[in-house]
Ligand binder design. Structure first.
Ligand code: HEM
Ligand code: HEM
Length: 147
């Protein structure tokens, strides 16, 4: 199947849904990260964590993960149904899958921290930074695919 975005205006605009959704998801990830970094500062200084930061971190982290998962599926659908490409035939496919795996690992460790089953906030924080950096790389490699 050929790339429909060149001939069909509806497909053209639909192909922007995934990118716009992902920009919003990454913005949410940055908000989550900022609250996380405030928790980290408190931990490293040995002062008590602000309960508002803790709540806001968790309140943003969970929807962020949901949005990333939905958007990932939408990217794959978009590639097949709108662009007529094979899935994972782009650099963006690999970079964004790496980003998703890092986000999932961050969230899995985050859940364990939340439930008191882990004492490794440092590793959670490092995974979080790597996730956001790879999200930025997904932006770069995705931008060049826009119709
Ligand atoms: C469902 C997902 C997540 C859960 C349940 C979660 C949970 C937590 C919890 C409970 C803490 C406090 C750890 C402690 O000091 O005891 C924390 C810290 C932190 N989180 Fe998350 N988190 C999640 C996702 C994320 C994401 C997506 C990011 C970044 C994009 C992130 C970045 C951070 C950072 C930077 C810290 C501070 C780590 C440190 O103290 O060094 N988290 N998280
Ligand atoms: C925010 C910046 C992003 C932009 C501008 C972007 C752009 C794109 C574009 C243009 C496509 C081709 C389909 C289409 O035309 O709609 C695509 C596919 C895809 N995107 Fe994104 N994307 C971004 C972020 C992400 C992120 C953060 C993820 C994952 C966490 C992701 C996962 C995917 C996947 C899995 C595909 C299918 C790739 C393939 O099968 O080769 N994207 N993206």
């Amino acid at each position: 199947m050929a790339d429909a975005t060149g001939v069909d205006p509806v497909s053209f605009y639909l192909a922007y849904l995934h990118p716009v959704w992902m920009l919003a998801s990454l913005a949410m990830a940055v908000v989550t990260l900022r609250a996380g970094l405030r928790l980290r500062t408190a931990r490293r200084r040995g002062i008590r964590k602000d309960a508002a930061d803790y709540r806001s971190h968790l309140r943003f982290a969970k929807p962020t993960m949901g949005m990333l998962l939905i958007g990932f599926g939408a990217g794959l659908l978009s590639v097949v149904l709108l662009r007529g490409w094979d899935v994972f035939s782009t650099a963006h496919g690999f970079v964004s899958t790496t980003a998703l795996v890092l986000f999932l690992a961050t969230a899995a460790l985050g859940r364990r921290l939340e439930k008191g089953q882990s004492r490794e906030p440092e590793i959670h924080g490092i995974l979080a930074l790597l996730s956001v950096f790879s999200g930025a790389a997904a932006f770069g490699t995705g931008f060049v695919l826009l119709p």
